[in-house]
Design a protein around this ligand. Sequence first.
Ligand SMILES: C[S@@+](CC[C@H](N)C(=O)[O-])C[C@H]1O[C@@H](n2cnc3c(N)ncnc32)[C@H](O)[C@@H]1O
Length: 254
Amino acid sequence: MIGQRFSAAAKTYDLHARPQLALAQSVVSMLPICNPGQVLELGSGTGQLTRLIAERFPGTRIDAVDIAEKMVAHSRTMFEGCPQISWMVGDAQTYWGGKRYPLIVSSSALHWTSDLQATFKNIFQCLEPGGTFALGMMLQGTLKELHELRREIAPEKTPQSSLTTYAETKVCLQDAGFSFERMKHGKEQIIYPDAKSFLKAIHEQGVTGGKVSSGNAPLSRTELGRLVADYQETYASDGGVSATYETATFLLTK
Ligand SMILES: C[S@@+](CC[C@H](N)C(=O)[O-])C[C@H]1O[C@@H](n2cnc3c(N)ncnc32)[C@H](O)[C@@H]1O
C-alpha cells in the first residue's frame, strides 16, 4: 500500500520535496567526518539523501533500500553512472542484508513504517557495534493546518493515527538501545502559491493517503471543495498559503 503510493509519486516527488531536501541536508550536517566505506540507507526514494551521502563520502559503497519498486527503478535509472550505489527493494522494518554496517542513514521515511519501534530495533541489529545511525524524521505537527481543517469539515473521517511526537520518537530510539550523540528539533513554514497547488504538491510527494493522512472514507467532492476554500482563507500568508513541517534530526550510536 505505502509502496504503491510512493511508486506512483516517483516521477513528481523531487519537484515538490523542499521540506524533505532540507531534512536530508540536516542529516548530512550531523555526520562524522571520516568516510565509513559502507553505508546503508533506508527509505532512499528518489535519492535526495543518497546523492548528498555520495558527495560527502566519495567512493563509499551505498546500499539504498526502499519499499516502493518504482522508486527503486526510477533511482536506478537516474543514478546510472554511479556504480557505488546499489538500489534494492526492501522494508526498513525487516531488512537484513547479511552484514552489519558502520553507518546507517534515513531521512523523511521511517515515520511511514507500520511499527516504528520494531523498525528502530531492526536498524540497531543492522549496525556494527560502535556504528552510527543518522536519522531525519517528520513528526506530529507536520501539515497540522490541513489536519485541523479536515477535523472541522469531516470529523467522522479523521485519520486513524498520527505521526509520533519528538518525545515519543526519543523513547522509541532509547528503547531500541541507541545512545544519543546529537539531536535537533525544528519547525518550518513552507509557502505554496495557493491551496490547490499545496494539495497537489503533497499528493505528488506521495504523502496523502495512509494511516496518518486518510480517514475511513475519502472526502466527498463538496468536502474537498470546502477544504481548498477554507485553507486558502485561513492559512493565507506572504502571497500564498503556509504549511508547517515539524522535524527531528538525530545522530545516534550503538
Ligand atoms: C518522502 S520519501 C523520502 C525519500 C528520501 N529519503 C528523501 O529524503 O527524499 C519516503 C520514502 O520512504 C519509503 N518508505 C516508506 N515506508 C518504507 C519502509 N517500510 N521501508 C522502506 N522504505 C519505505 C517510500 O517508498 C518513499 O520512497
